[in-house]
Design a protein around this ligand. Structure first.
Ligand SMILES: [Mg+2]
Length: 240
């Protein structure tokens, strides 16, 4: 893939430039946007537990594998696709159980170290997820990474696979689509990135398979850093 080039704003006239402004203007404007479930955190145990509660409380017979097939989409979208009735009540049960089981989530090996390395290389970080903000926020807080924006279905626009949340995250960051990468693990992530005009990298450690055209696939967070920051000397250092 073509690694996005930094895009800097037009330079003001030399007489207007201060040292601080120069540093700001020269700063690389690249964005690394990431999905949450299956990319940052392994939340499958949380989802399985919450889905079991939905099955018990609402008599839903669909197995978890049916739910999992549609991951990446907004919860209500998945329920419609599964033919589940009384979506609002089911959503409340799922969210309550998810919050109670949040401790079962854990970060994928190397994710935190790699994200800090991206920040050190002047990338701006953002999260674009279909997980509701009430469930996403505590997980991201626990991760402790400097995300400059988090886009969830609670915000404006349509959910994935529409391009809206990716584009809105780029508006938040002031970064062009051509200077951004989205990392996901499901076909809807790939579709959303394509419709947003953003390069896509598939997280091979996640839950799903990419679709066509075959994207770049990395096997680990460290592989992501090596793909996008091959010249960074700290790649071979002690961080990852
Ligand atoms: Mg995912």
């Amino acid at each position: 893939m073509t690694v996005p080039a930094p895009i800097s704003p037009p330079a003001p006239a030399a007489s207007e430039i201060t040292a601080v402004e120069r540093r700001h203007a020269d700063r690389a404007q690249r964005a690394l946007l990431l999905d949450l479930d299956g990319v940052l955190l392994d939340t499958r145990p949380v989802m399985q537990k919450a889905w079991r509660k939905v099955q018990e409380a609402h008599g839903v017979t669909r197995p978890f594998t049916d739910y999992e097939r549609h991951l990446g989409r907004e919860f209500g979208d998945i329920m419609q696709r599964l033919g589940v009735a009384d979506i609002n009540a089911v959503r409340r049960t799922y969210e309550t159980e998810s919050l109670a089981a949040a401790h079962l989530a854990h970060e994928f090996t190397g994710v935190v170290e790699v994200l800090h390395a991206f920040v050190a290389a002047d990338w701006r970080l953002g999260v674009v997820t279909s997980k509701h903000v009430d469930r996403a926020a505590p997980l991201l807080a626990h991760l402790g990474c400097p995300f400059a924006t988090v886009r969830t279905p609670a915000g404006a626009g349509r959910a994935k696979p529409a391009p809206d949340p990716i584009l809105l995250a780029l508006v938040d960051l002031g970064v062009d689509p051509a200077a951004a990468v989205y990392v996901g693990d499901m076909a809807v992530d790939q579709e959303s990135a394509a419709r947003a005009g953003v390069a896509y990298v598939h997280a091979g450690w996640g839950y799903g398979q990419p679709t066509s055209p075959v994207p770049e696939i990395v096997a680990s967070p460290k592989g992501l850093l090596q793909l996008l920051c091959p010249a960074e000397p700290f790649v071979e250092g002690s961080l990852v």
